[in-house]
Design a protein around this ligand. Structure first.
Ligand SMILES: *Cc1c(COP(=O)(O)O)cnc(C)c1O
Length: 383
């Protein structure tokens, strides 16, 4: 076929029927740490699993195609994927990150900054004119973006940031974990690097911790692969197998996650005990238009504020049904969490205030359960 395949087909079929030994339809899982040399002094594709593994490579190839990149590298976690990208920077190189980025990203870059491995700057990227000033002043080599943000789902304009990055010839790296390649493709919008915590939507079954780095050019891919091999952060074959199995149904799952999130957002918007509701699918959300422009969907994450603050939150968690109280996101099961004391606990009270995280804020990861059941479970919590 010469026609470019659609995303559903890529996710479903990449690597099928590649088994030459028995003709297995589903590519087999190669757990072996080493591969025998067929001939002495002759190079071959696989010799040692840290450097390369057939199961992991199919996952990498599928994600690279879905993100429209040159190549992908699969890592042991989302954070090792972020650390892999950080290896592109030296002691005198500056990186700009969002002031409300994922807590683990904040911690990693702060620690690298402390030990003078690189220079990290956390800035508000939402006001583009201020952001432009920061770029002119800092002259970053890397601009890290995370869109939409956690937990208020604010989006930044990827194309506009790519344009601003040209001021200092900075690379643009996007953490695309919240939407997955099914709903947003930063490389197609001009970014150079996409990073994923595959732990979330890509695996989607809450049973693997993993990550991926997908890049636009051969040069970047070679650099990332070299660092991955040197630092030994490659994902395990079994984890890759499970993640690929999850990825097969990504598009299907994302549709249901989104439909359920929209349904829950509407119910919450009409409840008197609820203050603000943050879901980009609602026209009232500040990022509704930009999300509509650069995303293929609004995703499965939302958050809302309970009017009664912490006491109301306690009551809600005690009574809510069908939502597990847990961190993480993007699995088939619906989750609730309290950013103030859970995901964003490391932030000071002042930092939380700046990031818009109040004591009454609750984050939802909408799962794949029946929407009517989820609405009932939520209403029980709000009674
Ligand atoms: C979970 C997450 C990470 C970190 O990934 P791990 O797989 O937990 O290491 C990074 N960014 C975002 C947006 C995440 O949600």
């Amino acid at each position: 076929m010469t026609k470019k395949l659609n995303k559903d087909t890529i996710a479903t079929r990449t690597g099928l029927e590649t088994d030459s030994q028995h003709g297995a339809v589903v590519p087999p899982l190669y757990l072996s740490s080493n591969f025998a040399f067929k001939q002495f002094e002759k190079e071959q594709k696989y010799d040692y699993t840290r450097c390369g593994n057939p199961t992991r490579d199919i996952l990498a190839e599928t994600l690279a195609e879905l993100e429209e990149g040159f190549g992908g590298t699969i890592t042991s976690s989302g954070l090792s994927a972020i650390n892999l990208v950080a290896n592109l920077l030296g002691a005198n190189d500056h990186v700009i990150l969002p002031h409300d980025c994922y807590g683990g990203t904040f911690r990693l870059f702060s620690m690298l900054h402390e030990k003078k491995a690189l220079r990290a700057h956390f800035v508000n990227q939402n006001v583009l004119s201020d952001f432009e000033k920061s770029i002119k002043k800092i002259k970053p080599k890397l601009i890290w973006i995370e869109t939409p943000s956690n937990p208020l789902l604010q989006s930044v304009d990827i194309k506009a940031i790519v344009k601003l990055a040209k001021i200092s010839k900075a690379l643009v790296a996007a953490d695309n974990t919240f939407l997955s390649p099914a709903l947003q493709n930063p490389l197609a919008l001009g970014a150079d690097i996409v990073m994923h915590s595959t732990t979330k939507y890509i695996n989607g079954h809450s049973d693997v911790v993993g990550g991926a780095v997908i890049v636009k050019t051969r040069k970047l891919h070679d650099q990332i692969q070299e660092w991955a091999n040197a630092t030994g952060v490659a994902g395990a074959p079994f984890d890759s197998y499970l993640t690929l199995r999850g990825l097969r149904t990504l598009n299907l799952r994302m549709n249901t996650h989104e439909r359920n999130a929209m349904g829950l957002a509407e119910v919450l918007s009409n409840n008197k005990k609820v203050g603000a509701v943050y879901y980009p699918g609602l026209e009232s959300h500040p990022s509704h238009l930009i999300a509509k422009k650069q995303q293929k969907g609004f995703g499965g994450m939302l958050s809302f504020e309970l009017k009664g603050g912490l006491p109301a939150v306690r009551k809600f968690f005690k009574n809510v049904e069908l939502f597990s109280l847990a961190e993480s996101l993007g699995g088939f099961e619906s989750l609730v969490c309290h950013p103030y004391t859970m995901t964003h606990a490391p932030l000071t009270a002042k930092e939380k205030k700046t990031a818009g995280i109040s004591e009454g804020l609750i984050r939802i990861s909408a799962g794949l359960e029946d929407l009517d059941d989820l609405i009932d479970g939520l209403r029980t919590g709000l009674k």
